[in-house]
Design a protein around this ligand. Structure first.
Ligand code: HEC
Ligand code: HEC
Ligand code: HEC
Length: 331
């Protein structure tokens, strides 16, 4: 890891005009850069020091723009749906949030503890509800404010022919002002672990999952690599690097302080109806976007505990078809 960080620090310096400076100055800058590269450990916040998140729309994820292909990947990735997932698990979220000491309606607000990991908080909108899932800047570092963060500088220079080249001046300058070098497997591991390994004792006592046992190698291989896995390079996943990042963020011992929720039992013959909210995003393909709220009844197969596997699978299949049908009707 030390080797990788100093290697990226060296290339990082390539973008600065210090080549003709005395070596002592270069060493000081190298040390400074090393500190910058390794000294973040707060969750992926909207604000990291002086940097603020501008929001995924400023990344150019729409058609024909800079990061169209990254946007396409993202919209199919689990991180896109993290806010929706919180809204769907409302009962559980409210229970955790209340036990954590938050007002019931406030867990979706940009300045709540929950927003640190469950969504993208656009700078200046901290008091509003978050409505975008974990996004570009949660992983790559906040790009704003304009003129301060890497938003402008990372665009300098033309896109290199070799997609793996990091020599472009804009890339190098961006690393100096908050863009994380996620190519460095150590920094990447730390980025994932700071959200996926929950070490806040109060949150754990509020019955939030710990994130223990999360399979990082599998996650990189199956999800994240689809985002940047250029055909020209193997996916470099090193379980050891994740193990060290996990070990550096130990989960404290804790006792859950909230009572288990009462079982929700539907009255016989009456189907309980849950409202499912579908977030309407103009950039989402229409087939994913019914454009209105729809109502579905919960999965209630009415099978006995010892029902054969075949019957269970058929019940699941019928339910999926039913949900699909409702979604189409919502359009
Ligand atoms: C440090 C990051 C972090 C913070 C802070 C955080 N979460 Fe989470 N949360 C996660 C991750 C990662 C998962 C997925 C964990 C898993 O599946 O093991 C998760 C899962 C959940 C789930 C799903 C649980 C389930 O059983 O499916 C709920 C609900 C939830 N969080 C609510 C909250 C609420 C409410 C808050 C604020 C009080 C909050 N979270 C704060 C990272 C975080
Ligand atoms: C869950 C975390 C995560 C999210 C969300 C995410 N990325 Fe990435 N991104 C990564 C990782 C990890 C890499 C891999 C770096 C490497 O090894 O090259 C990467 C690589 C990239 C690269 C190539 C980087 C390089 O060094 O040349 C670009 C460009 C990029 N992402 C843009 C985006 C954009 C735009 C979005 C939002 C639409 C986004 N990313 C969302 C984690 C993320
Ligand atoms: C800003 C916080 C944050 C960061 C950074 C982040 N994640 Fe996540 N991730 C989440 C949350 C929250 C969920 C969804 C939990 C839920 O909705 O139940 C999630 C879901 C996932 C899932 C799908 C759920 C599962 O258990 O399979 C995968 C895979 C995943 N993340 C991998 C990664 C990897 C790999 C990285 C690092 C490159 C990363 N994440 C970085 C917050 C984050």
């Amino acid at each position: 890891m030390t080797n990788q960080i100093s290697a990226s620090a060296r290339t990082g310096l390539g973008g600065l005009t210090v080549a003709r400076q005395p070596w002592i100055c270069r060493t000081a800058l190298l040390l400074l850069f090393l500190l910058m590269a390794v000294s973040f450990d707060s969750p992926a916040l909207a604000q990291r020091g002086k940097y603020k998140t501008l929001g995924y729309r400023s990344c150019g994820t729409e058609q024909g723009a800079c990061h169209q292909s990254d946007g396409v990947w993202w919209k199919g990735d689990p991180h896109f749906g993290t806010v929706q997932s919180l809204k769907r698990k409302k009962q559980r979220s409210v229970r955790i949030a209340t036990a954590y000491g938050l007002a019931p309606g406030s867990y979706l607000k940009g300045n709540s503890k929950c927003a640190e990991c469950h969504g993208e908080v656009v700078g200046g909108r901290e008091g509003k509800n978050i409505n975008t899932g974990v996004s570009c800047e949660n992983c790559h570092g906040p790009a704003g404010p304009k003129g301060v963060g890497y938003y402008e500088v990372h665009q300098e220079g033309s896109v290199p022919k070799d997609p793996l080249s990091t020599a472009r001046p804009g890339y190098q300058k961006a690393l100096q002002v908050g863009m994380l070098q996620l190519r460095d497997t150590g920094i990447r591991a730390k980025t994932c672990v700071q959200c996926h390994q929950i070490n806040d004792k109060k949150l754990l006592e509020a019955d939030h999952p710990t994130g223990e046992g999360f399979d990082y190698v599998r996650a990189i291989r199956n999800q994240i690599s689809k985002h940047w896995d250029y055909a020209v390079r193997p996916v470099d996943v090193d379980a050891g690097i994740f193990a060290s990042a996990v070990a550096a963020r130990p989960i404290p011992s804790f006792t859950v302080k909230v009572a288990a929720p009462a079982q929700v039992v539907a009255a016989a013959g009456v189907a309980r109806t849950d409202t499912v909210f579908i977030y309407v995003d103009p950039e989402v393909p229409p087939w994913l976007n019914p454009g209105t709220n729809i109502s579905i009844s919960p999965f209630a197969p009415g099978l006995s505990n010892d029902a054969p596997v075949d019957s269970i699978l058929i019940a699941v299949k019928n339910y999926i078809e039913y949900v699909h049908e409702q979604l189409r009707r919502g359009k």
